[in-house]
Each structure stands twice: as C-alpha cells, then as structure tokens.
Design a protein around this ligand. Sequence first.
Ligand SMILES: [Zn+2]
Length: 215
Amino acid sequence: MKLVFIGPPGIGKGTYAKAISQKYGIPHISTGDIFREEIAKGSELGRRVKEYVDKGLLVPDEIVIEVVKRRLSQPDCAKGFILDGFPRTLRQAEALDQITRIDAVLLFNAPLEIIIERVSGRRICPNCGAIYHVKWRPPKTPDVCDVCGARLIKRRDDEPDVVRRRYEIYLQTFTPIIEYYRRKGLLVEVDASHEAEEVVMEIERILKRLGLIKE
Ligand SMILES: [Zn+2]
C-alpha cells in the first residue's frame, strides 16, 4: 500500500495519514517532520537543510529526493507507506517513480471557506502544544489549556488571509503534480469537507475498492 497524500494546508491530511498509518501499520512519512528531526539532532543533513530553511528557501530537489529515497529503503516501509508533503515538484514526482511504484495518490478537497472555518477556530497551547478548536474541541474554560492552564493562542498561520494565500500557493505548486498523477490514472479525489472520522472511513472505502486493503 504505497500512497501519496496531497491536499491544501489545513485540510487535515496529517490527521488522516496518522489514522491510516496506525490502523494499517505503515509509516506516515512527512518530509517536513524528517527535516525538523534532523535539524533538532544537528546532523549533517540537518545543517544542510537548515541553511535553506533559515533563508526562507525551499530545500532543493536533490536533497529532498535523497532523504525520501533513504527513508523508503528502511525495513518498516516494506509493506507500504504514506508520503505526506512529497512530491512537491514534478522533478520529485519523476524521481519517486524511479525509486518505487506508487499504488494510489489521494487528493483531499474541500471548499476554501470550509478550510478557513476549520483552521481559524484552532487554538494552540504555547506551553504544552495541545491543540483545541473553539467549535469542535473547546477547552473547558475558554482560551485556557485543559492540560497545563496556559493561555491559548491563535497562530498567525491560522488567520483567514494567511490560509487564503497559502491555498493559492498550494494550487500553483501542486496543479502540475496533480495533473501528472491524473494522467497516470493514479489520482483519487477524496471529499474532505466532512468530519475527520468520516473522511478516514471514506479513505478506507477507496483503499478497499482499489484492492489495497481487505474487507
Ligand atoms: Zn497546555
């Protein structure tokens, strides 16, 4: 079950990937997470990546491809994996085809207004990292963390104008990749405008239909 997940920021891709990863025992591979870990460890790779991140630049294709190739050669990827955040350029998509054969590419869609509603209600605890939502996961006391009592904050990234801008960038970046996979017949669109559990069930229905998981 070799999967690629694509979707705009705030669509909940990471949440769905985590749920499928846990249930079916395949790793959820986020290049962003790998880079953050390597930077935190201060490894050689981390130092190389940090140079670009600090300048606000994208990490070059060669480095990203190398990282993914190495990660996919680990034994835990034998049964499959979920790639999240990769590929993000056509060159990366072509390189991935050289590394392995992908079974399906799931494209998560929802109207922008729904994404904005979801994201702008998010509240984060700056102290312990707990995540809340004013509507779906409110803290017991408004704006106060249930876990540690710190005052919750709203991230700048979750403001509607930022979400809109990131959505535009997402469309520009991913349209060629989406078309690439559509032409290959690998693209499956998933309606992600419902609650997370429903979306996960929809993913499972798709994977069953594709014969990637059993009934
Ligand atoms: Zn907290």
